[in-house]
Design a protein around this ligand. Structure first.
Ligand SMILES: [Zn+2]
Ligand SMILES: [Zn+2]
Length: 255
């Protein structure tokens, strides 16, 4: 998800390669391969309980960049409303010291994940990794910068410095509002939206901005610069999935 001076959100997929290109897929006897796949490829595993009955989310944040408590509550509530996980959804928070990597590139983000992530899919437990970074990306400019990125099937990063700079001030969305919007938008990609693993029930992929929704009022719209998403956030409301995106999730096993 990108932001520019007009608050345009855009998708950044840092499509990391498949597991066979990674070294160290088996570490300390744990096979990491199921968590080293392409973004969207585990959509059905998140949505349904056919294979995984519970979900464990590891949240790592650099000291000073902890997400708002309400943001994590919103994430959990959204998941409980959309996913079939009868054995529960658990969030584990861990603070780390700055790794000294800012500005980040996505390969550094992935290497950090390899170093600190402790939970991998096992049995009927699905796992997810979420990192709140102490910086932006190497490609950020003053007028356009990235807020978050879904880069694997169960992994995404939040560039929390950029979120801090873009929220909580006059004419800006609240911190919780922007954090929640970015988290749920990136999660939407892990859930296969749009046309990224959850097949479209009706055509609604934006041809000019692939993997995003054509509805400017939908959480999965590519930008928030217009009256849609930005207006909702500033008005204190959270952008929601529209009927087309919800139908895709439900058809792929979700609620
Ligand atoms: Zn996106
Ligand atoms: Zn939509």
């Amino acid at each position: 998800m990108k932001l520019n001076s007009l608050l345009a959100l855009g998708l950044i997929f840092a499509m990391l390669g498949c597991s066979k290109d990674d070294d160290g897929t088996i570490v300390n006897g744990i096979d990491r391969t199921p968590n080293l796949q392409a973004t969207g490829s585990s959509a059905h595993d998140f949505l349904s309980d056919s294979r995984y009955r519970s979900l464990v989310i590891e949240v790592f944040y650099v000291d000073g960049f902890r997400p708002q408590t309400q943001t994590l509550t919103n994430l959990k509530n959204f998941m409980q409303a959309r996913l079939h996980k009868p054995d529960g959804i658990t969030i584990i928070e861990t603070q780390i010291a700055s790794p000294g990597l800012a500005p980040y590139d996505i390969n550094e983000v992935a290497q950090l994940e390899s170093a600190i992530r402790t939970k991998y899919n096992a049995g009927n437990i699905l796992t997810m990794y979420l990192f709140f970074a102490d910086g932006g990306t190497a490609t950020d400019t003053a007028s356009q910068f990235i807020l978050g990125s879904a880069y694997r099937n169960t992994s995404f990063v939040m560039y929390e410095t950029n979120i801090h700079n873009s929220s909580g001030g006059v004419g800006q969305p609240s911190r919780v509002g922007l954090e929640t919007t970015v988290i749920l938008h990136e999660l939407g990609h892990l859930l296969g939206l749009v046309n990224l693993g959850s097949p479209m029930q009706t055509p609604h992929e934006d041809g000019a901005h692939p993997k995003h929704c054509t509805n400017e009022n939908c959480l999965m719209f590519w930008e928030a610069g217009g009256s849609g998403i930005l207006g909702m956030m500033i008005g204190g409301n959270l952008p929601q999935l529209d009927a087309d995106c919800l139908a895709d999730l439900q058809a792929n096993g979700g609620r």
